[in-house]
Design a protein around this ligand. Structure first.
Ligand SMILES: Nc1ncnc2c1ncn2[C@@H]1O[C@H](COP(=O)(O)OP(=O)(O)OP(=O)(O)O)[C@@H](O)[C@H]1O
Length: 246
């Protein structure tokens, strides 16, 4: 059984229909990325999947007992509020110190436990959010533009961490990203959304689909080609190109 099945989902805010007849499934262990222009309903779809938005029609079927971890697009913490990373990790429900340490380690932030949230860099803050989402060992991790505000090396490092998390825990990952080159290297499947599913499939298939090109143009073709991993080249060459692009 898939982890999540979205069937014919439509979502309205008042008179504004933001999602129309969306169908998708998420299988165990896969990395799926949603791309789409601003306002195309990406966040709304993630929120419908976690149950925070109610569909106007259609449904979201979650595998019974499914555990979800969610990293939201934005989380503002008042800088004058004194709150340590450890306390933040325990805010919503009680967790043991051992589980906090393990989650921070898995998120690539093993030394941040005693730090103040307000003193973290952007990249450290995102890793703490990731750690908080990992604490209950989710079957599905949802990331909404998790690298917003990070520079390219910072976001590349973050996505490498995500791949490690998948390898270590076997959890599936559904992420929203504007960084198309990252999508190419890190996803098993891409869904291109613009209120409805325009096209979906392997990264290479989506990148060459006319619907995708109509939305994003072909301007990113060079960057996408760099990251497409065709294995028709020696690996030292590949590493050099990746480093140069990162
Ligand atoms: N709570 C809400 N109430 C009313 N309208 C909303 C609400 N949340 C989102 N919208 C509207 O729904 C549409 C889709 O928004 P959504 O945040 O899902 O898009 P998005 O693809 O994630 O956008 P972005 O790339 O800019 O983050 C937008 O027009 C937005 O203004």
């Amino acid at each position: 059984m898939p982890l999540v099945t979205v069937e014919n989902l439509s979502l309205r805010y008042g008179a504004n229909t933001v999602l129309r007849d969306v169908d998708m499934v998420i299988e165990p262990g896969e990395i799926v990325t949603i791309v789409g222009p601003n306002g195309s309903g990406k966040t709304s779809l993630l929120r419908a999947i976690i149950g925070a938005e109610k569909p106007s029609s259609g449904r979201v079927i979650r595998k019974p007992g499914l555990k979800l971890g969610y990293v939201p697009q934005k989380l503002h913490i008042d800088p004058t509020l004194p709150i340590s990373v450890e306390r933040f990790m325990r805010l919503t429900h009680p967790v043991t110190r051992k589980d906090c340490v393990a989650a921070l380690k898995r998120a690539g932030a093993p030394d941040l436990m005693k730090r103040q949230m307000s003193q973290l860099s952007g990249g450290q803050f995102q890793r703490v959010l990731l750690a908080r989402a990992l604490i209950d060992r989710p079957d599905l991790l949802l990331l909404d533009e998790a690298t917003q505000g990070l520079d390219q090396p910072g976001s590349a490092a973050f996505y490498r961490q995500i791949e490690e998390v998948r390898q270590e825990t076997g959890c599936a990952i559904l992420m929203v990203s504007h960084e198309l080159h990252v999508v190419m290297s890190a996803s098993d499947r891409v869904i291109c959304l613009n209120g409805h599913v325009c096209c979906a499939g392997s990264p290479a298939v989506v990148a060459s689909a006319p619907e995708y090109r109509a939305l994003f143009g072909t301007g990113t073709g060079g960057a996408l080609a760099l990251y497409r991993h065709d294995h028709d080249h020696a690996h030292d060459q590949c590493d050099t190109t990746r480093e140069a692009a990162e």
